[in-house]
Design a protein around this ligand. Structure first.
Ligand SMILES: N[C@@H](CCC(=O)N[C@@H](CSC=O)C(=O)NCC(=O)O)C(=O)O
Length: 287
């Protein structure tokens, strides 16, 4: 099942087009927007796809206006699709009370609790509906699909990869939230979305999922970049806990500390090309 796309924006950039589309999502039961850059080469052949998941407070606009993704997507010949970070305009009491919960803060999980469970189904939205929507409407090579993200979106990318290894050839992240049971943002959100039983949260914790992962091992260690001057690093992101979990699980990881960089899109735009190179290398070496 695939819903109809409505074109909201079409802007030529480098040799391709930056589009924004909207569609009525049956998974999150509201109208959703997403960005997608399509390089000209996709007019002739199917090309790799990168899905970028954004962080807290973002819409589809932050990544496409601040990261410089168009130059890279054109250079590498990748389609790059970036969904919104939550359902919107669902009229749920409390969904706009906190900057780090509700609208703009869906945490890429499927809520099970009360009033949130009808709309806040972001894991299924990304990995089922959105994934299928992109494949059925754009010229994507199904064997070369990678996922990456920033902060909350880095968490989303990691859990998507660990839970759906058959769908993604590669994963990387920029300053991801690594350990949801320790991070106050996710603790607050998971309590509301999933309830008090923290055992149920483990289903969406990258540190837990790497331990039970049984999919293919990446050709090169997965790339994680973390700025040393990121104000969220110590109390919210916990990259070293993920590093330890990966090491314990014998899962290859390359965690790079980038000296002097903060959590912003200046950091993202500095290292985004390395992530394109990482995914390209994975695509070239996968079966
Ligand atoms: N409270 C602040 C900060 C929000 C913020 O820093 N959001 C980051 C992601 S944080 C983790 O997911 C972000 O990507 N912001 C968008 C941007 O364009 O910088 C606030 O409300 O602004």
């Amino acid at each position: 099942m695939s819903s109809e796309l409505t074109l909201e924006q079409s802007t030529k950039s480098f040799d391709g087009y930056q589009y924004v589309y909207s569609h009525d999502s049956y998974t999150v039961d509201c109208n959703m927007k997403f960005g997608i850059y399509v390089p000209s080469i996709a007019d002739k052949e199917c090309v790799p796809l990168l899905i970028f998941l954004s962080g807290l407070t973002c819409t589809e606009q932050n990544f496409i206006t601040k990261s410089g993704v168009q130059r890279l997507a054109s250079k590498y010949g990748f389609i790059v699709a970036n969904p919104d970070t939550s359902p919107r305009n669902c009229n749920i009491e409390g969904e706009n009370d906190q900057w780090n919960f509700g609208e703009g803060a869906g945490y890429y999980i499927d809520a099970t609790e009360g009033k949130w469970s009808e709309n806040y189904q972001m894991f299924s939205y990304i990995n089922d509906e959105f994934y299928e929507l992109i494949l059925s409407n754009f010229n994507v090579d199904i064997d070369r699909i990678g996922i990456l993200g920033h902060s909350m979106g880095g968490h989303g990318a990691l859990i998507s990869f660990f839970k759906r290894p058959s769908q993604y050839k590669s994963v990387s992240a920029l300053a991801p939230i690594c350990n949801v049971t320790k991070c106050e943002w996710t603790r607050n959100a998971f309590m509301k979305f999933l309830g008090q039983d923290e055992n149920l949260w483990k289903e969406y914790d990258a540190c837990e999922l790497v331990n039970s992962y049984s999919g293919p091992i990446p050709y090169a260690p997965i790339l994680i970049d973390q700025g040393s001057d990121d104000k969220y690093k110590e109390d919210y992101l916990f990259p070293n806990v993920f590093l330890d979990a990966c090491t314990k699980a014998s899962f290859p990881i390359h965690l790079r500390e980038q000296i002097g960089y903060d959590h912003s899109y200046y950091f993202i735009m500095t290292f985004l090309e390395d992530h394109f190179k990482y995914h390209k290398n994975e695509f070239e070496h996968s079966d």
